[in-house]
Design a protein around this ligand. Structure first.
Ligand code: MEV
Length: 336
């Protein structure tokens, strides 16, 4: 990532409503955040079950400077294309207009957390411009952005993007607790979970996955079916087995749990024929494989020690493969 220098001058002045507003002069600030993959527990985590996610070595970064009008990548702030930035600026910012530039190595709507990385990065910049930058506050703001734009979310993606490495999100407070995030009656406790060295191959189906839509689909199944609620509880039990398997670095067990998690997600209705075709292609050379994120489209992941072979098989089935490793670097801000 490019290093550069900048000057930040923040001046407080009382606005007509007697609320202190920020004027930001000569600002050039950059934040970047990693992609994520959910290893276990997507969807179930929305209902208070645990989940495990890891940050990946692909990043999204945004750069801001003060400006006369809000602009994103040279154009005006669009209701449709810039929903996350728009919500953040409308609800978390009370200062001068900002010109924003985005750069991303994370394919959009792919299940790899591009919106979480964007939400974390803008939340970190807005906090930094106000002189505060604490990971737990950025994680809370980033969650609010995703929750409001998507119409529902757990803090898994955003907390993973802020923290980096691995996280366990759980309804119980365990050791290595980082922060807690609440919405309505639900509180999610976010913990550090050191993942073992592992190579994952992501297979993007090329078909965008809209998280809000998949979450709504599972919600309606959850509301009307005891079987769906039982399946979600079963995913929760499997995630806690996953914690032990990860701590032991037991690839065979991790892989078997991934396969089981994939089957349970299929029962919830978020698998697709493209995802299944990529999972089937990867399995002969992998410890395990599953869809990751919201599903419906988006991506699958395979845990393997033959990444090149798996990548070529995914490509042959029309997938876009990425060989990735876990990144310990979470959200970073430069230029304060
Ligand atoms: C999306 O990456 C993960 C879901 O569990 C939704 C969420 O936790 O916000 C499907």
């Amino acid at each position: 990532m490019t290093d550069y220098y900048c000057i930040v001058v923040i001046v407080l002045w009382p606005n007509p409503n007697n609320i202190y507003a920020y004027t930001v002069q000569a600002v050039m600030m950059e934040a970047s955040s990693p992609a994520k993959a959910i290893l276990f527990g997507e969807h179930a985590v929305v209902y208070g079950e645990p989940a495990i996610a890891v940050a990946l070595d692909r990043r999204l970064s945004i750069r801001v400077r003060s400006s006369d009008t809000c602009r994103v990548d040279g154009g005006s702030l669009s209701m449709r294309r810039h929903r996350y930035l728009r919500w953040a600026l409308n609800n978390l910012w009370n200062g001068e207009p900002l010109e924003i530039r985005t750069r991303s190595q994370i394919p959009g709507a792919s299940g790899l957390g591009s919106s979480a990385a964007l939400s974390s990065s803008i939340a970190a910049i807005l906090r930094s411009l106000r002189g505060e930058w604490k990971p737990r506050d950025v994680a809370t703001d980033a969650f609010e952005i995703e929750y409001n734009v998507q119409g529902g979310a757990s803090p898994t993606d955003t907390s993973c993007s802020v923290h980096g490495g691995g996280i366990l999100v759980s309804f119980r407070k365990e050791s290595e607790h980082l922060w807690s995030i609440s919405k309505g009656e639900r509180t999610w406790h976010v913990h550090n979970l050191d993942p073992p060295e592992m190579t994952l191959v992501v297979g993007f189906t090329g078909r965008p996955s809209l998280t809000g839509r998949q979450v709504a689909k599972v919600r309606s199944f959850h509301e009307r079916s005891g079987f769906a609620r039982e399946t979600i509880r079963e995913i929760g039990d499997l995630v806690m087995e996953g914690v032990d398997a990860l701590k032991d670095g037991d690839m065979v067990r991790i892989g078997a749990l991934m396969n089981r998690n994939h089957s349970l997600l299929s029962i919830l209705g978020v698998n697709s024929k493209e995802l299944q075709s990529l999972v089937d292609a990867a399995l002969p050379y992998s410890y395990g494989a599953k869809l990751t994120g919201a599903g419906g489209g988006g991506s699958m992941i395979a845990l393997t020690d033959k990444p090149e072979k798996v990548a070529s098989l995914l490509k042959a089935r029309g997938g876009k493969p990425y060989i990735v490793r876990v990144s310990m670097v979470g959200c970073e801000v430069h230029g304060t």
